[in-house]
Design a protein around this ligand. Structure first.
Ligand code: ATR
Length: 280
């Protein structure tokens, strides 16, 4: 698709941003949806964030993804916030909208991170009434655990740094599990939200492999490598597995729906991610 006078503008704000898979995924999806649009990565220093959002609004951008470290600070740059994003305290999606009859372009913030993990899991288990153990208590865990609670799952959280895990569990009304209690946990799903197992330390695993048989479904948010040791061992233990691209793909689909009103093809999004990974 060639860029011309009616090309719609989208992008991602982060720092750093060069590693992001989002441009590959969103550009493929926009093309697949027949939308004359382009999605560009923008490396923005935290001190420039307000100026960047103001400038992109003036330039007529339609939608932005927002990633680390801007997800909380960007809340000061928007006119409206989706109630769920407000409860989470983080925004990863901006929509620039000019309402009929109004001159001003309004910036609305959303959070689609929690929906990405819920939609990925929902392909394999019914979340309402299920029990899920989450490994980790960082930024990714926050979105994942929020989504699970929202969907009616019972959430157990464990983390290397106990206090951080307990704080997240308290915030959401979940249970904290200490390392010595892990052996007695049985659950429908296990989710690794830590970076353990990521290249170049791909032989590391976030949970004792001997415990994997205690879970029906295992999801990893690490996607490099795609088949992490956790997922390999889980498959051998008889678990159904969900790789780290699923969450990315589903949260991007929600963003595209917010920006365009249309549902992108899951296959196009996933293939773009696989192609991008293969080229790295
Ligand atoms: P993100 O935003 O990607 O979640 P983060 O906020 O830095 O990143 O959180 C990383 C998570 O991975 C944390 O739960 C971290 O545990 P700590 O709270 O103890 O730091 C976890 N993590 C990272 N490296 C780990 C390791 N080698 N072993 C166990 N947990 C690890």
């Amino acid at each position: 698709m060639s860029i011309n006078g009616t090309t719609k503008l989208y992008g991602i704000l982060g720092h750093p941003v060069a590693h992001s898979m989002s441009p590959a995924m969103h550009n493929a999806a926009l093309a697949g949806m027949g939308i004359n649009g382009v999605y560009v990565p923008m490396d923005v220093q935290p001190s420039d964030l307000v100026a960047a959002v103001t400038g992109l609004r003036a330039l007529g951008f339609i939608g932005l993804s927002v990633t680390v470290p801007h997800k909380e600070a960007v809340m000061a740059c928007i006119d409206e916030i989706d109630p769920v994003a407000e409860r989470i305290g983080a925004v990863n999606t901006l929509l620039f909208r000019q309402r009929p009859g109004e001159e001003k372009v309004t910036v609305r913030g959303f959070n689609t991170d929690w929906l990405g993990s819920n939609l990925a899991l929902a392909e394999k288990i019914q979340l309402a009434g299920s029990r899920v153990l989450v490994l980790g208590a960082g930024g990714a865990a926050k979105g994942v655990c929020f989504g699970l609670v929202e969907a009616g799952a019972e959430v157990l959280i464990t983390n290397r740094t106990e206090q951080k895990g307990r704080d997240l569990a308290d915030w959401l009304g979940c249970t904290f599990i200490s390392a010595d209690q892990l052996g007695s946990v049985r659950a429908d799903a296990l989710i690794n939200t830590t970076s353990v197992g990521m290249n170049p330390y791909a032989e590391n695993i976030a949970l004792d492999p001997g415990l994997l048989e205690n879970f029906k479904v295992v999801m990893d948010i690490v996607y490099a490598p795609l088949q992490t040791r956790l997922l390999r061992e889980a498959a051998q233990a008889g678990c159904r597995i969900i790789d780290g691209l699923a969450m990315l793909q589903f949260q991007a689909a929600v963003q595209l729906k917010i920006w365009t009103g249309k549902q992108p093809s899951s296959d196009v999004l996933r293939q773009a991610l696989l192609d991008e990974l293969a080229g790295r």
